[in-house]
Design a protein around this ligand. Structure first.
Ligand code: AMP
Ligand code: ZN
Length: 136
């Protein structure tokens, strides 16, 4: 299943060039074209799913082990000291390419600094309790 208007489908198809660092039957892992830090990469499923919620569970279950394996290898080779594993769903959450992808963003103590952060909503205990009850 591919989407003709999707830039990541075009990359997977080979219609648009990319810097591929890993590939198997299910995934292609490419370097981000406009990286936050040195080594910033994206895990892309070869099939088009707009976001996590559209992905079949068996495929979704393969993403984190792959992130762990590639992330460890990346830290080894690039000498990074940490890594953000980030995955955005929906425009309001910052997703700009609507083909599921997981970001691997290596972090370094010096140089290549970036922000992967959020401000706090400042909810009251009562509000937190209400949300907790709703989610249970
Ligand atoms: P998100 O904001 O989570 O949807 O992330 C989309 C990411 O895709 C951004 O970090 C972009 O820099 C990256 N990106 C967009 N187009 C390309 C491309 N042609 N090749 C590689 N990365 C891309
Ligand atoms: Zn796609």
């Amino acid at each position: 299943m591919r989407d003709d208007n999707c830039i990541f489908c075009k990359i997977i198809n080979g219609d648009i060039p990319s810097r591929t660092i890993y590939e198997d039957d299910d995934f292609k892992v490419i370097m981000d074209a406009d990286p936050a830090t040195k080594g910033h990469s994206l895990i892309l499923p070869k099939e088009h799913y707009a976001n996590l919620f559209e992905m079949p569970e068996d495929l979704a279950a393969k993403v984190l082990p792959l992130a762990k394996r590639l992330g460890a290898d990346m830290c080894d080779k690039l000498k990074c000291e940490g890594m953000n594993v980030v995955q955005n769903n929906g425009e309001v959450a910052g997703q700009t390419v609507h083909h599921f992808h997981m970001h691997l963003i290596p972090r370094y103590t010096d140089g290549c600094k970036t922000d992967v952060t959020w401000s706090h909503a400042g909810l009251s205990d009562e509000q937190l309790d209400d949300i907790c009850n709703l989610l249970k």
